[in-house]
Write a protein that binds this ligand. Structure first.
Ligand code: HMG
Ligand code: MG
Length: 302
C-alpha cells in the first residue's frame, strides 16, 4: 500500500478539545470557532456532545451551539450520542452525523460511559438503528486502541472485534483512538494493520492524542498503510475527562504542515486554521500547543 494522495481532516477541537478545558467557553465563542474551522475548508467539524451535563458540563450547551451555527453546504457537524437520550438531542438539532463511542478496555468503558463494553455496543446499536432510519451518517469511535489509563495494554483482537461490530451496525467509518497518547509508530501500525485486515482501510480513521509527543510519528507510520482520514484538534486542544493524564489531540496545524510537506492534499486553508487557533487560544487565555503554529506565528511576526 502507498501513502494516500489526499487526506480528509476530521476536526474534533470544538468537542474533544473543549470538553476537557477547565476555562468556560461561551456558546457564541464555540459557534465562532466552529464557523471559522468550516470556513477554512474543513469538511467535518465535530461540534458537540449529547452526553450527561453532570458528566461533561462543558458540552451542556450543545443544543444551542448546534441550533445556531451557520451550516456550510458540504460540511458536516457531527455530535456524540452515547445513548437514546443523546440521540433525541441530535434529532432535535437536525444533526447530519452522529458518533457512537465504545472502548477496548472494560475499566475505561465503565468510567467513561458507566457500562460494560457489551452494553455500550447494545446502546450503540439502538442509536445507530435510529440514526440510520432518520438518514444520519453514523461514525464509531474505539477508545484505548493503543493503551488504557487503567488497564495498560489492550488486546488487538478486542479492537478488531469492536471495529467489525461498529461497521456491522452501519458506521461508515471507525475512528481508532489513542486516548492517552501512549502509542509508538510500530505499535500504531500493527494495530491499524490488524483492524484493516477485517475492515477496509478506507473506512478507518486515526484519532491520536499527543500526550507523549508521538502522534505525528504514529500518523506517518499509519499513512504508509494508506489510511486517509485523520482526527485533529486546532491548537492541540483536547483530552478526555475520564482518561487521567491524557492531553490534547494532535494539532490540526501540525498535521496540515506535515501532510503538505509530504505532498498530500487536504484542500484546507492553513492560514485560516492558524487564525482559528489564535482565536480559541485567546478565549482560553493560553498558548497553543501546536509547534507549527508557534513557529509560523513567530516567523510571520518577525
Ligand atoms: P448514566 O449516569 O449511567 O445514565 O450515564 P443514566 O441512564 O443512568 O441516567 C442518569 C441521568 O443522566 C438521568 O438524569 C438521565 O436523564 C441523564 P436524572 O434523571 O438523574 O436527572 N442522562 C443524560 N443527560 C443528557 N444526555 C444524555 C443522557 N443520558 C442520561 N445522553 C452516560 C451514562 C453515557 C449518559 C454518561 O456516562 C455520559 O454522559 N458519559 C459521557 C462521557 C463523555 O462524554 N466522555 C467524553 C467523550 S468520549 C472521548 O472523549 C473519547 C474520544 O475522543 C475518542 C478517544 O480519544 O479515545 C471519542
Ligand atoms: Mg479523544
Amino acid at each position: 500500500m502507498t501513502m494516500p494522495s489526499k487526506v480528509r481532516i476530521y476536526e474534533v477541537g470544538p468537542r474533544d478539545g473543549l470538553q476537557a478545558e477547565k476555562q468556560s467557553v461561551s456558546t457564541e465563542e464555540k459557534i465562532e470557532l466552529i464557523e471559522r474551522l468550516a470556513e477554512a475548508g474543513i469538511k467535518s467539524v465535530e461540534s458537540g456532545a449529547f452526553v450527561s451535563p453532570k458528566w461533561v458540563p462543558q458540552m451542556a450547551d450543545s443544543v444551542s451551539v448546534l441550533s445556531k451555527i451557520k451550516r456550510k453546504q458540504g460540511t458536516s457537524y457531527p455530535v456524540l450520542t452515547p445513548n437514546m437520550k443523546g440521540f433525541y438531542g441530535a434529532l432535535e438539532v437536525k444533526a447530519d452525523e452522529i458518533a457512537l463511542f465504545s472502548a477496548a478496555s472494560e475499566t475505561f468503558s465503565k468510567k467513561n460511559t458507566n457500562c460494560s463494553i457489551k452494553d455500550s455496543l447494545k446502546r450503540a446499536e439502538e442509536v445507530a438503528e435510529a440514526g440510520i432510519s432518520h438518514g444520519m451518517r453514523i461514525r464509531g469511535y474505539i477508545s484505548c486502541a493503543l493503551g488504557c489509563p487503567y488497564e495498560g495494554e489492550v488486546k488487538k483482537d478486542n479492537i478488531v472485534e469492536l471495529a467489525k461490530a461498529l461497521r456491522e451496525m452501519g458506521c461508515y467509518e471507525v475512528s481508532l483512538g489513542d486516548t492517552i497518547g501512549v502509542g509508538t509508530p510500530h505499535k500504531a501500525k500493527e494495530m491499524l494493520s490488524a483492524v484493516a485486515s477485517e475492515v477496509p482501510i478506507s473506512e478507518l480513521a486515526l484519532h491520536f492524542h499527543d500526550s507523549y509527543g508521538q502522534a505525528l510519528a504514529n500518523i506517518l507510520a499509519c499513512l504508509e498503510l494508506g489510511v486517509s482520514t485523520i482526527d485533529t484538534a486546532v491548537s492541540g486542544l483536547g483530552g478526555c475527562p475520564y482518561a487521567p493524564g491524557a492531553s490534547g489531540n494532535v494539532a490540526t496545524e501540525d498535521v496540515l504542515y506535515m501532510l503538505d510537506g509530504l505532498g498530500i492534499e487536504t484542500d484546507i486553508n492553513f492560514d485560516e486554521v492558524i487564525k482559528a487557533g489564535q482565536f480559541i487560544c485567546e478565549v482560553l487565555g493560553r498558548k497553543t500547543t501546536s509547534k507549527v503554529a508557534q513557529a509560523y506565528v513567530s516567523r510571520t511576526n518577525n
